[in-house]
Design a protein around this ligand. Structure first.
Ligand code: GLN
Length: 258
């Protein structure tokens, strides 16, 4: 049974004002403090008086596609990805497709991003992915793509282009199929392959990116966009005092050389 890790009630008692997050393999797929992404979502809900529920789904545990608004899978070492890739396909693939089809957000970071595609080839081994994004990843003999990164993104519901800044560290090179949109355009750093100029991938509310950092504390605006999409809200989220978050974003941008 998936384990409930955090529960906090909405201030107004209305269940629709609760963000329900399911973390996939929170123990295995969690490097570079990916947990910070989940805690940031929790904090921003609490500050707005919204409820927050975090459930962790590990090996062998089926997930209910209707019980969560946002599914999250963080980064992982190749060996950790190998432990969960087949399980993801066997026990969670259908639910994730059903959830995505009804508009739930699915966010994969780095190793999690790679497993949202069709496959991750590691020499003679091929790890299966869930195929929510039309892409495949190949482990490259060459150097790992490591360093600070910044990308420009244009997203529905948002005016103008925004910047996501953070840190990447991956050996895999991710190749998008012809019709698959990227998440953004590389401004600094390496991105999907090191030379394609594309970073991440997005199909509707399914989002994958190589950007750690952690991603959301350095890009709080993105956390709000994901929350807004996950809950299918008509009205914008209440503004927060983001002085600290803006400083973190500015520092991540500066680290990437912007
Ligand atoms: N193991 C994967 C790679 O090296 C993903 C790494 C990560 O999640 N940082 O490509």
């Amino acid at each position: 049974m998936p384990e409930t890790l955090i529960v906090s009630e909405p201030r107004d008692g209305r269940p629709e004002h609760t963000l329900r997050v399911c973390a996939l393999y929170p123990d295995l797929m969690n490097i570079y403090a990916d947990r910070g992404n989940l805690l940031l979502l929790e904090r921003r809900c609490a500050w707005r008086g919204m409820g927050f529920v975090l459930t962790g789904a590990g090996l062998g545990e089926a997930v209910d596609p209707d019980a969560h608004d946002l599914f999250y899978m963080g980064g992982g070492q190749d060996r950790d990805q190998a432990l969960c890739a087949q399980d993801l396909v066997d026990t969670k693939r259908e639910a994730l497709h059903a959830a995505a089809a009804r508009g739930a957000v699915v966010l994969g970071v780095c190793g999690g991003y790679q497993l949202l595609g069709h496959s991750y080839e590691l020499g003679d081994d091929v790890l299966p992915g869930v195929g929510l994004l039309d892409l495949k990843t190949v482990r490259h003999e060459g150097p790992r793509l490591i360093g600070n990164v910044a990308i420009e993104v244009t997203l529905p519901d948002l005016d103008g282009a925004r910047t996501i800044a953070g840190f990447e560290n991956h050996g895999g090179r991710t190749h998008l199929a012809a019709g698959q949109g990227s998440l953004g355009r590389v401004l600094a750093g390496r991105g999907n392959t090191g030379d394609s100029g594309a970073e991440g991938a997005r199909s509707g509310n399914v989002v994958g990116t190589y950007i750690h950092g952690p991603l959301l504390p350095k890009n709080a605006w993105l956390a709000d966009w994901l929350t807004h999409r996950a809950l299918g809200l008509d009205r914008p989220l209440a503004p927060l005092d983001d002085a600290m978050e803006d400083a973190a974003h500015a520092s991540a941008r500066a680290a990437a050389g912007l």
